[in-house]
Design a protein around this ligand. Structure first.
Ligand code: ADP
Length: 164
């Protein structure tokens, strides 16, 4: 089941949350900073072991002090003009994260809007990609949650899902 909620992703009682990380996987601003603060310093230690992650791919660590057992770190594309590989790379973030979750028998997972903050991806276009990939995985999970950081983002996701 796909679900849209407004929340701070670090508070959600799901088995895995997805982090909008950067290629170094050494923490950053936005949701990445919030996740590292909430998970505690052991998350950074675990990320250091991974040696980075290319754009469009995903890596998994434990959630440490978070309510969630796992954090899946994916690196979204920086929005340039959309004529590069941004859409394919963003879709790849969602498929890579969901594949990794499925391999680890995760049943409930929450995503922030990958690339839609500091990386500047237009939110409507990003939500369309997120929803279309998530729909392909709906049967493999109990819940796939789109975690919005404000009511405006919730409207964007609802529109992308074709709901009023
Ligand atoms: P990126 O660098 O991939 O753009 P950001 O962290 O800047 O990543 O933003 C990604 C999205 O996460 C944005 O839509 C932002 O509003 C949202 N966001 C930021 N903090 C949180 C949080 N604590 N919980 C959920 N979403 C968040």
């Amino acid at each position: 089941m796909l679900k849209v909620v407004v929340a701070d992703i670090t508070t959600l009682p799901v088995e895995a949350i997805v982090n909008a990380a950067n290629e170094a996987l050494l923490g950053g601003g936005g949701v990445d900073g919030a996740i590292h603060r909430a998970a505690g310093p052991r998350l950074l230690d675990a990320c250091k072991q991974l040696g980075g992650c290319p754009t469009g791919q995903a890596r998994i660590t434990k959630g440490f002090d978070l309510p969630s057992k796992w954090v899946i770190h994916t690196v979204g594309p920086k929005w340039n003009d959309g004529r590069g590989k941004e859409p394919e790379l963003l879709a790849s973030c969602y498929t890579s994260s969901l594949n990794l979750a499925r391999e680890n028998r995760v049943r409930t997972i929450a995503f922030p809007g990958i690339s839609t903050g500091i990386y500047g991806y237009p939110k409507q276009a990003a939500a369309q990609i997120a929803i279309s990939v998530m729909r392909n995985y709906e049967d493999d999970f109990e819940q796939i949650i789109c975690c919005c950081f404000g009511e405006e983002d919730k409207i964007i996701y609802r529109q992308a899902m074709g709901e009023p």
